[in-house]
Design a protein around this ligand. Structure first.
Ligand SMILES: [Zn+2]
Length: 243
């Protein structure tokens, strides 16, 4: 669990209520302020069959973001794709822990782990990228979650907060200063990716309407609060591409 997100999750009931009734709406970034340039990259997180309708861990309304991501893609010279890519019997699966059910948690050496249904197993059709994605300038696929005992939500580092995917160095070697994060799910892999992007020093946008959330026990509100606190700018796709 990302430390700041973990701290916030302990406050979930209060946070959920506070957010439901009192959270100010963030001002929309102007089109110029949010416009990508040649030093920008789009990170498309886990838009895979497993996470959309018909998959093993479907995020509600997940397919709806695909046309939107396709519309955003031409604005980016640099696109990175991530793919959740688990070994069979992975430690993040509830089925690997006796007596545990999906969406319960367990203590792992690196922190609290949400246990998921078996999902995105390497080489399965379930783990494939959604076929309607059109990302002509995508050059790099980061596969994550393939170390048997460690989950990996973030595109930048595994959940042990020690094992790097190499993405920050890749982006810096290519002169990237700003990243835009879209995909699934807002409150897990998108949020952790955006938080780690900030930690690595990138100007970071999350394009909110090009994400969908799981929202487990208030996780969406907690993740949005953590992202805003870390300086992630949450914008709408209309700030970049005309609808
Ligand atoms: Zn996973």
């Amino acid at each position: 669990m990302h430390p700041s997100l973990q701290a916030l999750l302990t406050l979930v009931p209060a946070l959920t209520l506070a957010t439901a009734f009192a959270a100010p709406v963030a001002p929309a970034a102007s089109r110029d302020a949010a416009a990508p340039d040649s030093r920008s990259a789009l990170i498309v997180v886990d838009v895979q069959n497993c996470f959309v309708e018909g998959g093993s861990l479907p995020v509600k309304d997940g397919l709806a973001i695909v046309p939107l991501i396709n519309r955003l893609a031409p604005a980016f010279d640099n696109i990175v794709v991530t793919q959740d890519w688990h070994t069979p019997g992975h430690a993040s699966f509830a089925s690997s822990h006796a007596g545990k059910k999906p969406f319960e948690t367990t203590a792992m050496p690196y922190g609290t782990q949400v246990l998921w249904p078996d999902h995105c197993v390497q080489g399965s059709g379930d783990a494939a990228l959604v076929k309607d994605l059109k990302l002509p300038t995508a050059q790099l696929i980061i596969r994550k979650g393939f170390h048997q005992g460690v989950d990996s939500y973030s595109a930048f580092e595994e959940a042990d907060h020690r094992t790097s995917t190499g993405l920050a160095a890749y982006l810096k070697a290519r002169g990237i200063a700003t990243v835009y994060v879209v995909g699934l799910a807002t409150d897990f892999c998108v949020a952790w990716t955006a938080l780690d992007a900030r930690k690595a020093g990138f100007r970071t946008f999350v394009i909110e309407d090009a994400t969908r959330a799981i929202d487990l026990n208030g996780s969406l509100a907690a993740s949005m609060a953590a992202m805003r606190k870390a300086g992630v700018q949450v914008i709408r796709s209309s700030a970049i591409a005309a609808p």
